[in-house]
Design a binder for this molecule. Sequence first.
Ligand code: IMP
Length: 436
Amino acid sequence: MRGKVTAVVGTKWGDEGKGKIIDFLAQRADVVARATGGSNAGHRVVINGRAYPLHLLPSGVFNSKAKIIIGNGVLVDPVILYKEIKALEDDGFKVMNRLYISEKAQVVLPYHPILDAAEEKMRTHKIGTTKRGIGPAAQDKYARWGISMGDFLEQKTSTLIQNACNEKMKMGVPRAATQEDMVIACELQEKEYVEAVEYLKPCICDTISLLHDYLDSGENILIEGAQATLLDIDVGTRPYVTSSNPIAAGMCVGIALGPTYVSEIIGVTKAYESRVGEGPFPTEEFGEDGKRIREWGHEYGTTTGRPRRCGWQDLVALRYACRVNGLTGLAVNHLDTIGKFKKIKVCIGYRNQETGKTVFNFNANTKFLEKMEPIYEEFDGDFGDISHVSSVADLPESAWWYLQYIANYTGVPIRYIGVGPSREDLIECDLQPMKE
Ligand code: IMP
């Protein structure tokens, strides 16, 4: 019998704590696959009190028995991946013997971060990218002149980098200074790239056949999302988005798996919202409440260290994420953090500040969102210390009401609840929406 496929997706602007949910689910998976994004992603997994920041390796790597796939949809910076693997191997986690990197995965080259920074500088409306070269690498992919990991098996790394850089400059790079920086970056990083690629070469293969063979032989697959729904290039808050499709459908593309093979899609949300980079954020809190969320929830970027913008939970946006991903379950993280407030706000609709009209459907259009002010429902907080709680029945009644409201509003059951930062601080449950 074919194995089961579970996908985990971020519901808003990333950093919802997917790593923690994936780390938990990976314990039941035979294969963990990363399908989208690149080293712009940052997952922080805490094991035995020690934090491991990951950018390219799936967080599921901590299940030592799972095979790890980096799919065709991932933009791979070989140097970052190499360093990440080395750090884990040096700490006693075996990775190389169970890692498979798609030969089709596009490579992030030394000049991509240079172009990322140059493009951002020239933009009138800044996106606030992570400057990891993701946008330019994606542009090269779709312009069909980038290089793939499989190319390293055919040609010398240094030749590939030089040729790609020359080709790119021929196609047009706006400023001479940028061209110079690109050439310098390629020269400076050549050695690092060669070393990284040599190390990674044994892992580069046809992951499509591999994954489907595993599935056919009954193995369970966990697809690990990167970034999140509202950062999606098609359905997110464009232009303040990333250059890929982090939604569930994009994850299927990113490992070449038909959507009918996926049986569960879990959407991860925090009990509040955060966003890094620019772009609309209707429930953003600029005052004391925003500061409290940032401090209590430790909301600083894993990849860039930037303080995150913080605000109240937006259920209008969450329901949109449920719809566009076809979510079968929700994971609500940071219940402990939000429970520190005496009163908790939740956005249940928007009011158009120009017309006064109320709206209950999310629209990712930036101009639309800028006009909207949130309509809030208020809940009792003060949940106390809930980090030890292991079942919904043992949560304080006020926490239960809050969660039940989320399930009812979205029509999607809550399957996981994060009650603290550690691996163990997670409740598995089946909190179904109540019918009217
Ligand atoms: P890029 O993906 O580096 O091009 O950045 C585009 C936008 O996506 C910026 O607003 C980034 O801050 C945001 N972004 C990209 N990756 C992540 C992530 O993993 N978490 C949160 N935001 C992200």
